[in-house]
Design a protein around this ligand. Structure first.
Ligand code: S3P
Length: 164
């Protein structure tokens, strides 16, 4: 099995689905933001503050190369900007876009979750980002799933990968 890569906007449920999927497949779950935080020993917010978005994107690229060259049989959830800045994402595995309407994302993210996301501090700007990225996520994904119900999404993914 090649890696399964979950993409989508901030708050689209990538980590939640990723953890459940990995358990079902008896594989490992990795999250690029957590890998970067561990590697740097800093939070994402801290990295943005000290090195700007540019510095963070460099770390994401390094993380992509590491995943592509070293990781197999795993479920990986990537940060919302990952496919936008790394269009070669398919080289790391089977890419699934978890699509959720922006209005739903706003409802799902509580204050604590919002505070961890430097690019979600202004809702208007976040919505513009969402609209710009939706097309990119769709274009780069092998499969797009409307993530309305976690169990249904999980079933859809399992069905798709069993058929590959
Ligand atoms: C980002 C999304 C975040 C994180 C960083 C930038 C983005 O990850 O990588 O704050 O550009 O959309 P999540 O999608 O897991 O929130």
């Amino acid at each position: 099995m090649s890696n399964i890569i979950l993409t989508g906007f901030m708050g689209s449920g990538k980590s939640t689905i990723g953890r459940m999927l990995a358990k079902r497949l008896k594989s490992y779950f990795l999250d690029t933001d957590s890998l970067i935080e561990t590697f740097e020993n800093k939070s994402i917010t801290q990295i943005f503050k000290e090195e700007g978005e540019e510095g963070f994107r460099e770390k994401e690229r390094y993380c992509f190369e590491w995943l592509r060259d070293n990781v197999k049989n795993s479920v990986v959830s990537v940060g919302g900007g990952f496919p936008v800045f790394i269009p070669q994402i398919r080289e790391a595995g089977f890419v699934i876009y978890l699509k959720v309407p922006f209005s739903e994302i706003v409802k799902r993210l509580n204050k604590k979750e919002l505070s961890k996301r430097p690019l979600f501090q202004d809702i208007k700007r976040a919505k513009e980002l969402y609209e710009k990225r939706d097309e990119i996520y769709s274009k780069l994904a092998h499969l797009t799933i409307e993530n309305k119900d976690i169990q249904k999404t999980l079933q859809e993914i399992l069905k798709a990968i069993n058929g590959t």
